[in-house]
Design a protein around this ligand. Structure first.
Ligand code: F3S
Length: 390
């Protein structure tokens, strides 16, 4: 791989052992996929940080890096961890919080922003065309498809190492020629609500796998768009989608295979009549608009019924905005629990809930696989109606 003089210095250890280790791994991985050079990044987002996922080996790897003097060279943020650091919501296994905090402290030492959210674009929106290294699949697909920034689906450690040297290898979705649709998807549905958007995303991911779909569909808002994209990145390995009317980059669809998706193709268990123990919104983490919408529903339907729970999971930056506006307090008065820093998929929920209902296609996909929970799909409004008994 070609390295500039400055990159060579880092590779040879002139900026310390931690940067050298980071650079050598990035170069090795890049060479394995045939990358000819590196590209400078402006922003990194690390994922896979729950102690539940990385255990002692991951924690010790991060602590070693931090102790060797590793420091982020670019703006860097963090994905959700295994629990809400601001209040007790989930009974944690013995020693879990202490180990999770050691992970966070290692990142703090390395100069990462402790955002703990899967929507880093609500903390700082990258610019169109900017090269970044993000490691959360729902954020990656949003960045490529909606924002027009450029990132591959970086594995957890790679995004951390990329932050430390401010570079990643130039391959995949960083390169213009690779940002081309591989299949056309025509969505023949009427109005698409958030739950349907999740089901649609799961279907597209299943069909497209690691391809790039060009999607023609009825116009949806940002919430449904985020839910759809996150779902296709979960059921498939989709890193980018062209959504007609949303994605700014041009796409040539001539000669592509065309697949139609209609109502019968996206049936998902609705289970509206069936009671769930937890009603949950915020996968990907809720935006301030989501919180305002949910408040509107509660103001028309009432409060969470006794024996039921309603969670909104969000990032601490969005929570601060909701608190400033008074939205958070009003939601909480209706019995809503606003959870920051984590989400039901990455938290060690164990058998805390046997049945969960959500508007998220990604959570629909993962909750049963990760926790063995039965999952129902409902729109945000249907969730509020079910939780309030209306
Ligand atoms: Fe975010 Fe958790 Fe969903 S990390 S995208 S809320 S699975």
């Amino acid at each position: 791989m070609y390295l500039t003089k400055d990159e060579e210095k880092v590779y040879d250890g002139e900026e310390g052992a931690a940067s050298q280790k980071a650079m050598q791994v990035i170069v090795k991985l890049g060479e394995a996929v045939g990358a000819e050079r590196l590209v400078s990044i402006t922003n990194a987002h690390a994922s896979g940080l729950s102690y539940n996922n990385i255990g002692d080996p991951g924690m010790e790897f991060l602590e070693d890096l931090a102790n060797q003097g590793a420091r982020a060279k670019v703006y860097a943020t963090l994905n959700p961890i295994g629990y809400d650091t601001t209040k007790e919501v989930i009974p944690l296994p013995e020693g879990f919080a202490e180990k999770q905090l050691r992970i966070i402290n290692a990142f703090r030492k390395m100069g990462f922003n402790i955002t703990l959210s899967c929507t880093p674009y609500y903390s700082k929106m990258p610019a169109y065309g900017e090269h970044i290294a993000w490691g959360e699949s729902s954020a990656v697909i949003y960045a490529n498809s909606v924002v027009g920034a450029r990132t591959n689906r970086e594995g957890g450690p790679l995004s951390v190492l990329a932050a430390l040297v401010g570079k990643t290898y130039y391959s995949g979705l960083h390169i213009d020629e690779n940002r081309k649709p591989s299949v056309e998807i025509d969505v023949e549905l009427g109005k698409i609500d958030d739950a349907m958007a999740g089901a649609l995303g799961l279907k597209i991911g299943e069909l497209v796998k690691d391809g790039i779909p060009f999607i023609s569909m009825p116009k949806v808002g940002d919430t449904a768009l985020r839910i759809m994209l996150a779902a296709m990145a979960a059921s498939g390995s989709v890193g980018m989608a062209f959504v007609k009317g949303v994605t700014k980059e041009r796409a040539d669809t001539s000669g592509l295979e065309k697949i139609k998706i209609g109502e019968k193709d996206i049936s998902m268990e609705k289970s509206i009549g069936q009671a769930s123990e937890l009603y949950f919104v915020g996968c990907p983490h809720a935006s301030i608009e989501d919180m305002r919408d949910i408040l509107k529903y509660f103001e028309s339907y009432g409060s969470v019924s006794k024996g039921k729970r309603f969670w909104i999971t969000t990032g601490s930056d969005v929570y601060k905005a909701a608190a400033q506006e008074g939205v958070a307090e009003r939601l909480m008065k209706h019995g809503v629990e606003i959870i920051v820093d984590t989400c039901p998929v990455v938290a060690p929920l164990g058998s805390m809930f046997k049945s969960i209902a959500t508007n998220s296609g990604k959570s629909f996909f993962y909750l049963s696989r990760v926790h063995g929970t039965s999952v129902a799909s409902m729109s945000a409004e249907e969730l509020v109606r079910a939780a309030t008994g209306k």
